[in-house]
Design a protein around this ligand. Structure first.
Ligand code: GP9
Ligand code: MN
Length: 636
C-alpha cells in the first residue's frame, strides 16, 4: 500500500454516510414520527444505514471506475428522489407513499395534483448530498478513493452490513413485536425499518397479491356461488325494515369480551350501563369475534363485507386494492351519509386507503378532533370526549347518516388517569387483567354518556345503535390470572368461549322500555352486515356474504372463528378436539366431524374471494359470466 492511498476515503462509503445522515435529518425535520424512548430514537437513526450500505456496496463488484461512479450517483439520486417523494406526499397527506397509492389511477391524479402544490424551490436541499457527490465525481479530489475497495474486503463489508440489518430488525422486533407479520401502520414501519426497507417490503406485499389476483378469473366465483348462497337466510318479517330510514350508529367497543357482562370483580359491577340496557336491546350472548392479526381493522373488514379476514397480516394492508361489495356501498345506495369516526392517526391499519375501497363518504380522524394532553390517555383520545365530539360532528351531518365509531381507551396496556378509575384494580398476578376491569368500567361510563349526548342532540330517537366488541382484550398469556378470576382452568373449550364479545342492537321506541330480547343462538361478526341491512329494509339475497341475519328464524347453528375453531348449538371444536357445549367436557371427535368440512369451506371460499379479488367479477345481477367477461376484455 503506498502512502498516498493511506488516508483516502471510498466514494461509495462517502455516499452511504451522506445519504444516511440526510435521511435521518429528513426524518426529524419533514415527518412527524413519534419517538417515545431512546431506543426508538436509536432505531430511527440506524435504520437507513444497512440498506444504503448493501445497495451502494454493489458498486464494489463493478470493474470499471466509470461504471462504479455512475452507479453510485444513480443510486444516490434514486434514493434521494424516493425520500423526497415521500416528503412531498407527506406534506399533503400526512402519510407515507405505498405502491397501490401510486398506481391506482384514480389516486394518481389527486396525488400529483396535491403533491405538486407542496413542492418549492428550497426543496433542492433534499438533493444537497447528491449534488455534492456529483461535484466530487467531476472534481475527483485526491482524498477520495475510486479504484475498488481495498481497505476492507467485500465479504467483511457485507457481513458488517448484514449484521447492522439484523441488529435493526432485531431491535425493531423487541420494540414492536410482530411488526412485519402484522403490518400495523406505515409510520411504525418507517420508524422501525426505515423508508427504503419499508418500500421494499411494500413491493413484496404488492407483488404477492398481484400475482394471486392475476391468476384468478370470474369462473371461480361461479363455481362456489351456490355454497355462498346457502349462507343466506330470509329476513324475519317481524324485524325486516324495523329501523328503516333511521341513522345507523355502530360502535366498536375496543377489546370488550362478554365475560365482564353481568359480572362482578371483587364485588364491583364491571359494566353497569351495558348490563342495564340488555333488557332494552336485542342482545346476543353467544356472539363471537372472528378477527385475526388485523385486530380492530379485521372486525371492521368483517362488518363491512361479511367476509373473513385473512389469517396472516392485516387484510386492510394486504388487499386494500380489491373491489368490495361493502355495507357502506349499500348504504350509500340507500342515500346514507356514510362515515367512520376514530381519533387516531388515519393511516393506522391503512384505514385511509381501505375506507376508500369500502366507499365511505367521510373519515373523521385524528385531525377532526380536538385532542390534547387532558383528554388523552394511553393510545390517545379518551372515549368520553371522543363520543362527545363525535356527536357534535353528527349534528352537522346530512341525514340519514351511518357512522361507525371506534373506541380506544379500553386498549392494552389498559391505562387510565386517576379521575377515570371508578373501581379498583383486580388482584391477580397479571397487571393487564387487573387494569382491564378498570378500563372496561371506564368505557361503560363513556357509552352511558354517549347515549345521553345523542339524546341531548336530538339524534337518539331517529337512530339505531349497534354495539359490538371488536376482539379479545385478554390474550392467552394471561390464562393463569383468568383462571383465578373465572375459578376454572382455561382449557381450549373455555378459551373459545372467551372469544365471545357483547353484541347489542338498540332501537329507541322499539326495543327500549324493557321490550328487548336476549338471544342465545350462536352468531359472529360476519352476521352483522345482513342483520343491519335487513333491519333497514334492504334484503341481501344474492349478495356474496358469509354471515346471515341474526334475527332470521331458521339460522344455521354454526359460527366459524378465523383460526378454524367453530361453535355449533351443541359443540365447540377447538385445539383439534370436540367439546360438548353443555358440559364443557371433551367428547368423541366424530361429533364435530360432520360440521368441520362446512366450517373449513367457509374460510376457504372467503380466502379465495380475497386473494383472487373475485368481487371485481361480480355485477349487479350476480357473477358476470365468462362470455360477458370476454366481451368486457375485448372492448378494453
Ligand atoms: C387503533 C385501534 C386499536 O387505531 O383501532 O387497534 P387494535 O390494536 O385493537 O387493532
Ligand atoms: Mn381493537
Amino acid at each position: 500500500m503506498t502512502s498516498d492511498k493511506k488516508f483516502k476515503i471510498s466514494f461509495p462509503l462517502i455516499a452511504a454516510v451522506l445519504l444516511w445522515l440526510k435521511t435521518y435529518v429528513v426524518y426529524k425535520t419533514s415527518f412527524s414520527i413519534t419517538i417515545e424512548n431512546t431506543m426508538q430514537e436509536f432505531i430511527l437513526f440506524l435504520n437507513p444505514l444497512p440498506f444504503l450500505l448493501i445497495v451502494l456496496g454493489l458498486s464494489f463488484f463493478m470493474k470499471k471506475e466509470k461504471s462504479r461512479i455512475r452507479y453510485v450517483l444513480i443510486t444516490a439520486f434514486v434514493t434521494s428522489f424516493i425520500l423526497y417523494a415521500n416528503v412531498a406526499y407527506y406534506r399533503f397527506f400526512n402519510d407515507f407513499l405505498t405502491l397501490p397509492v401510486l398506481f391506482q389511477t384514480s389516486n394518481f391524479a389527486d396525488l400529483t395534483g396535491s403533491a405538486a402544490q407542496e413542492i418549492n424551490l428550497a426543496d433542492i436541499l433534499y438533493f444537497a448530498d447528491f449534488i455534492l457527490l456529483a461535484v466530487l465525481a467531476k472534481w475527483k479530489p485526491s482524498f477520495l478513493y475510486w479504484n475498488g475497495f481495498r481497505f476492507i474486503n467485500r465479504p467483511v463489508f457485507y457481513l458488517v452490513a448484514a449484521a447492522l440489518l439484523f441488529t435493526n430488525v432485531g431491535l425493531a422486533e423487541t420494540e414492536r413485536p410482530q411488526l412485519l407479520t402484522r403490518t400495523f401502520d406505515r409510520e411504525l414501519l418507517v420508524k422501525n425499518i426505515g423508508t427504503y426497507n419499508y418500500h421494499l417490503y411494500d413491493i413484496y406485499l404488492q407483488t404477492k397479491t398481484s400475482a394471486q389476483r392475476a391468476l384468478a378469473d370470474g369462473s371461480e366465483l361461479a363455481e362456489f356461488e351456490n355454497a355462498i348462497d346457502s349462507n343466506y337466510r330470509e329476513p324475519n318479517k317481524d324485524w325486516f325494515g324495523k329501523a328503516e330510514g333511521r341513522n345507523v350508529i355502530m360502535i366498536s367497543l375496543e377489546s370488550l369480551q362478554s365475560f365482564v357482562i353481568n359480572n362482578e370483580m371483587n364485588g364491583h359491577e364491571v359494566t353497569p350501563f351495558l348490563n342495564s340496557i340488555i333488557d332494552d336491546s336485542l342482545y346476543f350472548e353467544n356472539f363471537y369475534h372472528q378477527t385475526s392479526q388485523g385486530k380492530t381493522s379485521d372486525s371492521e373488514f368483517i362488518l363491512d363485507n361479511s367476509l373473513f379476514p385473512t389469517d396472516r397480516g392485516a387484510v386492510f394492508f394486504t388487499h386494500s386494492g380489491n373491489t368490495y361489495n361493502s355495507l357502506t356501498k349499500e348504504l350509500n345506495g340507500m342515500n346514507y351519509f356514510t362515515n367512520t369516526m376514530h381519533a387516531n392517526n388515519k393511516s393506522f391499519w391503512n384505514r385511509d386507503i381501505m375506507y376508500d375501497a369500502f366507499g365511505y363518504d367521510c373519515f373523521y380522524e385524528l385531525n377532526d378532533y380536538e385532542v390534547n394532553e387532558e383528554n388523552s390517555v394511553g393510545w390517545g383520545m379518551k372515549d368520553d370526549p371522543f363520543f362527545k365530539q363525535s356527536v357534535e360532528h353528527m349534528k352537522e351531518m346530512p341525514k340519514p347518516f351511518a357512522s361507525k365509531l371506534i373506541t380506544l381507551t379500553n386498549h392494552h396496556p389498559f391505562v387510565l388517569d386517576e379521575e377515570d378509575k371508578y373501581i379498583p384494580e383486580y388482584d391477580s398476578n397479571s397487571g393487564t387483567l387487573n387494569r382491564y376491569f378498570q378500563t372496561v368500567r371506564y368505557m361503560d361510563e363513556a357509552v352511558k354518556n354517549m347515549f345521553q349526548y345523542l339524546k341531548d342532540a336530538g339524534l337518539y330517537e331517529d337512530s339505531i345503535i349497534v354495539m359490538y366488541g371488536d376482539h379479545y382484550g385478554i390474550s392467552e398469556n394471561h390464562n393463569a390470572a383468568m383462571k383465578q378470576y373465572l375459578g376454572k382452568d382455561v382449557d381450549p373449550y373455555v378459551s373459545t368461549q372467551l372469544q365471545r364479545v357483547p353484541m347489542y342492537i338498540h332501537i329507541p321506541g322499539v326495543t327500549d322500555e324493557g321490550k328487548g330480547k336476549t338471544f342465545d343462538h350462536v352468531g359472529g361478526q360476519v352476521d352483522l352486515r345482513p342483520t343491519i341491512l335487513h333491519l333497514l329494509g334492504k334484503d341481501t339475497q344474492g349478495d356474496i356474504q358469509f354471515g346471515s341475519d341474526l334475527l332470521a328464524e331458521n339460522r344455521e347453528d354454526l359460527v366459524v372463528l378465523r383460526d378454524g375453531r367453530f361453535i355449533t348449538d351443541e359443540h365447540v371444536y377447538a385445539g383439534n378436539a370436540c367439546y360438548d357445549r353443555e358440559t364443557g367436557e371433551e367428547v368423541d371427535a366424530e361429533s364435530c366431524e360432520t360440521t368441520k368440512p362446512r366450517a373449513d369451506e367457509k374460510l376457504m371460499y372467503s380466502d379465495k374471494i380475497i386473494y383472487g379479488d373475485l368481487l371485481r367479477f361480480y355485477g349487479e345481477e350476480g357473477v358476470i359470466n365468462n362470455e360477458e367477461l370476454n366481451e368486457q376484455f375485448q372492448t378494453k
